[in-house]
Design a protein around this ligand. Sequence first.
Ligand code: MSP
Length: 505
Amino acid sequence: MTNRYYITTPIYYVNDKPHLGHAYTSVACDAIARYMRLDGREVKFLTGTDEHGQKVEKSAKNAGIPPQAFVDEVSEHFREMGQVLQLTNDDFIRTTEVRHRDAAQAMWKRLEAAGDIYLGSYAGWYATRDEAFYQESELVDGKAPTGAEVEWVEEPSYFFRLSKYTQPLLDFYAANPDFILPESRRNEVLSFVKGGLKDLSISRTTFEWGVPVPGDSKHIMYVWLDALTNYFTASDGFWPADLHMVGKDILRFHAVYWPAFLMSAKMELPKRIFAHGWWTIEGEKMSKSIGNVVAPAHLVEKYGLDQTRYFLLREVPFGSDGNFSRRAMFDRINADLANNIGNLAQRTLSMLAKNCGEAVPMRDDSKLLEQDKVLMDLVQVTDVEGAAKARDQMERCKFAEVIGAVLSMASAANEYIDREAPWTLKKTDPARMHTVLYHLAEAIRCIAIMLQPFTPDAASKLLDQLAVPQDRRMFCHLTPEFALVPGTALPKPEGVFPRLMADAA
Ligand code: MSP
């Protein structure tokens, strides 16, 4: 394992405002980026906007604004989405930046130097919505398989010798079985490539909004060649990427075209591509015509940031499709966050404030019971490598599993508090009450450290309430060596994860 970790979101088209789908990809990457930092890795987390191509050009035209002014404005909405979701990206790339235009042209020259570009002419179907070429045989009822409208395009075009990479790609997938996840998606890609790849049209002449082809500025680079290169443009010494996170709709571009371009350019390939599923809204496809497009800022305002992030990552196994409903959101927040973690924190912290002089209680180590040790064994790690299982799950985007493990720790702590009943011990055995509350506080410390990637605000509030210093909040601090120190003064408790009332659903 190298100590560096480079993760990317897709760069978002600026034809439209950010919605739940964009937030989903970004939040997933943010959780991984935060996790890797807490695990002591040097992280580069990149996001940004995809600003060229026919689709964006058309949107600007419809809005009656020159393309540059249009993309400046819409790109800003994506930056704002990042602030609303508290994304911790280290960079935000825009493909209209000079650094990117230069990198895209340099990429073109590398493919050219490899002898993989030739001039020809394209005659076939193109879907502007997908920015993709389709074979006649792929069309369904005269439309793209995605449902996008297609138009017939006939123009001079440069081609990339994609066909040449059919076998090298298959060899690469075979040698790197975890390159494409989840497995079901990997199989789709494999059968697509096994069917044989055709050379790919990589320039257009019928519009202007893009990166000019070096040496032939009548041609504009195909927007996907331009866009994919962003991951390299902004890599800042972190190349190759450890993970490109993408939605299932754009897997082919990332798992077939991009590796082929990189092979041709004689550059290293990314380590992994993960394709996540799509959300429907209350059972329906999200679309402007239905009028059910969910704005991330709206969810954050209504349910809270942590709650929104938590729901997206916990509700469905990552990789599967999901359905967003107010009911599911409501139930999930109350069951997992309010009733489990919130309740544990509330009961423990208020007892600490009332009965332990607003300080971490003393524990009597000579009288530890088996159940105390069991709880500690569950929440603490004995050495940093103890976090290895979760680390592997995180690298494979198994968010629901990682979160599930933390929740079962909170359930165990809730069972412990019920069984030990510190409120009764208060009268019968105050020393034991202190010991019990100590273990509960320590359990919350560990749980809060582990929750940080998913619910960063509430986790840091919990750690503040336990007076855990800022520089002791990483996974390496989950060991007993960094356990709470009895006698440490604690601030006033405040609730985290309030219960949602029925009318909020
Ligand atoms: N610009 C390209 C990506 C270029 S990367 C070199 C693009 N942009 S996009 O804005 O259309 O989509 C970005 C991401 O949002 C994709 O990963 C897509 O899967 C995701 N989603 C869009 N709608 C979605 C849902 N309804 N649900 C989940 N994710 C969805 O594609």
